[in-house]
Design a protein around this ligand. Sequence first.
Ligand code: FEO
Length: 170
Amino acid sequence: MLKPETEKAFCAQLGAELYSSYLYLSMSAWFAAQDLPGFANWLLVQAKEELAHAMLFFDHIQQRGGKVTLGPVEAPPATWYSPKAVFEQVLAHEQKVTSLINKLMDSAVQEKDHASRGFLQWFVDEQVEEEDSVRAVLAKFKFADAAPGGIYILDQEMGQRVFSPPKQNQ
Ligand code: FEO
């Protein structure tokens, strides 16, 4: 059974994951409007992943006998200065999400809440992967910015990303 304060914190994280999805959807729309469909695809896949993360919290809260309460989701920004600026914001946002997940894990450890620890470990590992994949995209901008047509080639590469639903092994 979830403690009331854990239920509240997990519902807040569900909202944070929904905001992440909303933010990446807005970024995807911005790229589509810039005629960069590959980047738009990459962020659309990212938005779907974030929605799936939110649903993992949705399911877990209920599996533990809790009740999901949803709050408002803030409107995301709609415009960016450049493609690279978008990915700088993605990295900053993921680093913020990592700190939110770490705080939830700190509480679970402190409370000796082993079920929450098991559930949250997947998110701890996922954040390592997410930050790494965004850093890899940012690194490619160095080359894309230096070569004529580089952004076009990078856009084609970003178009290859395919969504596969995340699975928790528990
Ligand atoms: Fe659900 Fe990108 O963190």
